[in-house]
Design a binder for this molecule. Structure first.
Ligand SMILES: [Zn+2]
Length: 676
């Protein structure tokens, strides 16, 4: 029986043939594609010719392409249009994929060949892109322990399995602590200040738990509005303390020992691989390069942001004093910030939304891309899609050269995960004299239009669309030889540059005038609205910056040095916070024991990258501001030096090629209003 996933796609632009693909096709297609990929790897290993760049590195790079294609289709569907059946298939497939990838990275014969080529890298006359590819391939093995003796290899595997258990337990404990707490309210008086929707949701939770009244939990959709709007200070305190005490209480869900075990195991792992610390290991593959660079970066921002933060804290304290609060505590922060913001900028979301009809914003981002990068977007209805809400476009340049296929999928529905993201159904590469162009997709969850009302976006949704479109440009304009170096395949702390850069156009009059028109009257958005958007986006920026910096410093402090002498999680944490604390410390609270980003997710030694990316985009946009936001010379340069180049060179080199110098923090501080 024919399996459409395994045949050559005879669709327009060879796009994924969604109308023919049934769920039953996936598993056999995966199994077959893994088999093909294994044969390709075996052909490399069994090649009798002396290993060279072509027969080993390039062959490895272009192996498993069928598998990649099937994986991207399947896992994109699992995010945007999943079902119980698809999730079941994912469960069955994932171990097969892990096993296959281990088969490659732990394959001694394959590594031997890669190493032989790497050893003569200087004699090979490679292009810079080829050199990067060879170095990456070699490092993939080495960073996974390929150079170690057998006993160290065994140690490494043991630590890896210990780490994955610790991470799992860390997350389970937080989840248990989150579910075990509830704030049960039976007096309507205690709900004062809360928005109706929050109260309704709390009532629903109570009903589910077969209780009277209202129940609030430590889940964000319940916790955040409670802390922002509840007038009852004692209850806010109760919630905040419960939130901060997660996995730091005297019970079996305590994460203190797990934190210590995690950082010590990570350190040991890094040492075995020959690195000074876990951060040294991680940052080798980042633009920031070393923990010292990260700390210097964070400290520089700290020095500049702190005076502003102290001033803001003072004015927030004074504001709260009028309400009878003598000493501002953590549980007052969100509440009085919101009140003060409202007093300073009386701009309601509802006033802005009519200017951001979804269709107009899409036109806007297309027009901006046209003015900057000469791109044209034509809707093509003959391309197969996985859902009726999806729209498909052929993307060309102004000389009608085919650039990419773009999918957009904007509305929430059952089976689609929350949030917004850019992804691809097919990457870009050059092979056999052909430049094989990418198929890029943007997935969001915006309000769906009704029969009487179009989809009107909040300003936050507008910047989200521009953000994801920035990633999409990085994917669509990719122009490299090797797929693993193409588009958004770049270092983690570099990947947000195109996306965050594009957000800047949402704040500029010249760009907004292209599309921000009232959906009924057609009138352009008033200038004072734009001013208010800009000003309110910098509200309490000093305090927020300080908070982000404190997390980044905590992360690098845990992972950048030998942790063997650390005894108390709380004491260690406090010592790293000493320059960033504005609020009084809460004795029985701890950040680290529930800091999932760095102890459960993949952000260890990477928390700084949020600020790092902001510095990059502000510094890059400053060049546009100096020369005009639609200056063709600058935008062409950005395209040629960054968007088309993917990960073919070190990101700092790419950036310097664009900007003429390394980024510095001033543009961000200026944009954030922190530079006096
Ligand atoms: Zn992003």
């Amino acid at each position: 029986m024919a399996n459409p996933l395994l045949e050559k796609f005879s669709t327009p632009f060879s796009t994924a043939p969604f109308s023919k693909i049934k769920n039953k096709h996936f598993k056999p297609a995966f199994i077959k594609a893994i088999k093909i990929a294994k044969e390709e790897i075996n052909n490399i290993i069994n090649n009798k010719t002396v290993p060279n760049f072509e027969n080993t590195i390039e062959a490895l790079e272009f192996s498993g392409q069928k598998l990649d294609r099937i994986s991207s289709i399947f896992f994109n569907l699992n995010s945007a249009e999943t079902t119980d059946e698809i999730q079941q298939i994912a469960q069955e497939i994932s171990p097969l994929l892990t096993e296959f990838s281990n088969d490659i990275t732990l394959n001694k014969k394959l590594f031997k060949r890669v190493q032989l080529v790497y050893d003569i890298i200087d004699e090979l006359n490679l292009t810079p892109e080829q050199e990067t590819l060879l170095t990456n391939k070699y490092k993939d093995f080495v960073r996974n322990g390929a150079n170690l003796n057998e006993s160290d290899k065994l140690k490494l595997r043991k630590i890896d399995s210990k780490l994955s258990k610790l991470k799992l337990k860390f997350g389970e404990n937080i989840l248990a602590e989150t579910t075990n707490f509830e704030l049960h309210i039976t007096e309507e008086n205690s709900l004062k200040g809360l928005p109706e929707s929050t109260v309704e949701a709390a009532q629903m939770v109570a009903k589910q738990k077969k209780k009277d009244g209202w129940v609030f939990t430590l889940d964000y959709p319940s916790y955040i509005p409670f802390m922002t709007y509840a007038d009852d200070r004692a209850l806010r305190k109760k919630m905040a303390i419960a939130f901060g005490a997660k996995s730091f209480q005297n019970n079996k869900y305590n994460n203190q020992q797990i934190v210590l075990d995690l950082v010590k195991s990570r350190h040991k792992r890094a040492n075995i691989l020959g690195y000074e610390s876990h951060s040294h290991f991680i940052l080798e593959e980042r633009m920031a390069e070393s923990p010292a660079n990260v700390l210097r970066f964070l400290d520089d921002l700290l020095v500049k942001a702190k005076p502003a933060a102290i001033e803001e804290f003072q004015s927030l304290s004074n504001f709260a004093k009028k309400d009878g609060v003598n000493k501002l505590e953590k549980w007052d922060s969100a509440y009085y910030s919101e009140k003060l913001k409202k007093e300073l900028f009386d701009l309601e979301e509802e006033q802005l939304k009519p200017y951001f009809k979804l269709e107009n914003v899409i036109d806007g981002v297309f027009t901006v891309s046209n003015k900057l990068f000469n791109l044209k977007f034509e809707e093509i209805t003959t391309i197969d899609k996985y859902h009726d809400d999806v729209k498909t476009y052929k993307v060309t340049d102004t000389s009608d050269n085919y650039i990419a296929v773009l999918y957009t999928d904007f509305f929430p529905r059952k089976g689609k995960r929350n949030g917004a993201w850019m992804t691809s159904f097919k990457g870009q590469w050059k092979k056999d004299k052909e430049n094989s162009r990418p198929h890029i997709s943007i997935v969001c969850n915006f309000t769906k239009p009704t029969e009487t009302k179009p989809s009107l976006l909040t300003f936050n949704e507008v910047t989200t669309l521009f953000h994801e479109f920035g990633h999409a440009l990085h994917g669509m304009l990719a122009n490299t030889v090797y797929p693993s170096l193409s588009g958004t395949n770049v270092f983690w702390d570099f990947v947000e540059l195109p996306s965050q850069l594009l957000e800047n156009w949402c704040y500029e009059k010249e760009a907004l005038n292209l599309f921000a028109k009232h959906y009924e009257s057609g009138k352009l958005i008033p200038m004072d609205f734009i001013e208010k958007i800009k000003k309110s986006s910098n509200f309490l920026e000093g305090m927020q910056t300080l908070r982000q910096l404190s997390f980044g410093i905590l992360d690098i402090s845990w992972h950048g040095k030998n942790p063997s002498k650390i005894k108390s999680v709380k004491e260690f944490e406090l010592s790293t916070f000493k320059n960033t604390q504005l609020f009084p410390d809460v004795k029985n609270n701890c950040m680290s024991t529930s800091f999932s980003h760095i102890f459960q997710g993949g952000y260890s030694s990477g928390y700084y990258s949020y600020k790092w990316a902001e510095v990059l985009d502000a510094d890059a946009f400053a060049l546009f501001l100096e020369n005009g936001i639609f200056n063709k010379e600058i935008s062409q340069k950005f395209k040629e030096t960054i968007l088309t180049k993917g990960g073919t060179k070190k990101p700092m080199d790419l950036y310097i090629n664009f900007r003429g110098k390394k980024p510095n923090n001033n543009a961000l501080l200026k944009r954030a209003g922190l530079l006096k």
